[in-house]
Design a protein around this ligand. Sequence first.
Ligand code: NAP
Length: 643
Amino acid sequence: MAPFDTELMTINASDSELRSHVEEAELPPLLPALAYATGDLTLLREDLRPDPTLAAMPQGGLSPDQQATIRELAVRALGRFRDAGSVPAPPPSEDQLLMMMEHTVGARDMSAYLPLLEEELAYRGEDRRAPTWRKDALAPERELTVAVIGAGMSGLLVGHRLRQAGVPFVILEKDGDVGGTWLENSYPGCRVDNPNHNYSYSFAQRHDWPYHFSTQDVLLEYFKKCADDFGIRPFIRFNTEVLSAAWDDAAQRWELRVRHGDLEETLSAHVVISAVGQLNRPRYPTEIEGFGSFSGPAFHSARWRHDVDLEGRRIAVIGTGASAIQFIPEIARLAGKVTVFQRTPPWLAPTPDYHAEVSRGQQWLYRHVPAYSEFNRFSIFWKMGDGVLANVRVDPSYPPRHNAVSAANDLVRTMLEGYLRSQLADRPDLLEQVIPSYPPGAKRMLRDNGIWPATLKRDNVRLVTDEIAAITPAGVRTTDGTEHQADILIYGTGFQASSFLAPMRICGRAGIDLHDHWSGEPRAYLGITIPGFPNFFCLYGPNTNIVINGSIIYFSECGVRYIMGCLELLLRTGKTAMEVRKDIHDEFNERVDAENRRMAWGWSDVRSWYKNASGRVSQNWPFTLLEYWQQTLRPDPGHYELS
Ligand code: NAP
């Protein structure tokens, strides 16, 4: 089922209209899409391949001459396609598809990616990741119930899959609606920082995203529509918070304690799937002296107080992470004065179209050129993921430096520093404050279209880099003794990311408490399953986050397929419980830890939410996206103890 209208339209445009649409095209995926549409593989000219090392550059780093030639070829191919009635050629063979994929990103020897591409293309609403089995065919008499915690992006996805497989389930959601992070984060300026043509379900792609990086309201509507179209709202219990879950070994079930308003009750399920995410509990800087003493309104970015009027007020903001640099430019337009407290400056990835609407020409191409939108999705997948992973990997032979981990990383650093210098050439004082001293990729890189430097330059904005000594009733005092007075205090201080599954109490076999078991070191096998916790699965669990801005929806789709494979295994074998072997789990985590230490975010000692208190990288997946896909295709029964 394709919940969004991805039907292609017949081309009636004149040659000059075609030319003007192509003028606005994202070029690297255009010739491969036209080769797909027309069957004309001569379009995939060797001299028009993007250079894979420039994948992340505008237009894939294609030279102006290459761009002009591609446009010319594209206009002619589109004209021929139109004149032949807009009838797509027969689907390409696998070899041909591989040629198209490799041409899109310029890389070679990508055959391992081919099956992944075929799934991601999800051409015309196909759903190649749907379960291929149904419970009523596999084990009709068997009682198997599933409780899912959370109705955000991952919870909706797993609900959809359970419904497709005919497995009874309930989704328990603490909020009053679906959407998770896109429901809770309503701060001004909130938008996705991964392009929507990639940040969307593979089987529910839209060709008509209004922006490249859509705003929170658009994302929330997307997930609400998915919930409706998937038909899973009736399975969600809203305003129902899970307090605890305990495994009953005798009954081979989980007992869940839930709260609904003032009422508490116990539910039971054979399987529990946590879809609570990593970023849903705000982190307040309680470590700062005087926290809580501020006399005016004080709130967190994820708990925005829309009732507080910001017009003309003095606002203090703590933090310059992904949330803060989205809302500060917005509030600076209203406020009398904004004082920004920065502890560590972010690297900024220049993104000219960050706030731009998708142009008319580009929209037209998505609606009229078969597979253009899908090849564009793959191009984004590559250039924000596996295609640039080498740039953040530590080169052990590279001379140790605090701000680069390899020659390639240093090249990126030089480019990013050049961007900051160009934006703040007139403000050397600010420049000194904003150039990071750590390698690109050690913290999350933030997107910028010029708005952040422009905001810092405003007369009513002051960037403070002196350390915070205390929060006072009147504002924020820094260690130099200055009291920065404010009427309103906003925390852009992030989330309790390392406290996975908190504040829920999860007790597994023999009553062992998951948080005691972890003792501050959350780990799981594939981010999904934990020894001692039978039939308990996580989505967006430990070590499934990505730094260089791939789509977390991709991880959820892989994880959900794996979990569905586990349910299939239980049903096929007639076993009641499955628990990952400790040796498999431990060996996996050793590999993850070793590889994370070889990545910029694990090598650098800069502070980030990717690490837990001991400094272990508990959030990130250090390998390729392809490897996560390969490892989660299906569970290996040999990795589990089945009871
Ligand atoms: P964050 O990246 O963790 O940023 C928190 C900020 O608060 C940092 O600048 C941090 O400084 C500062 N801070 C924390 N405690 C402090 C203290 N005691 N004193 C001074 N400064 C303090 O949190 P976030 O901005 O909410 O973003 C979290 C994640 O959410 C992002 O990385 C991203 O994955 C996701 N997100 C995504 C989007 C999007 O897609 N559009 C938007 C927002 C968030 P340090 O850097 O020194 O720690």
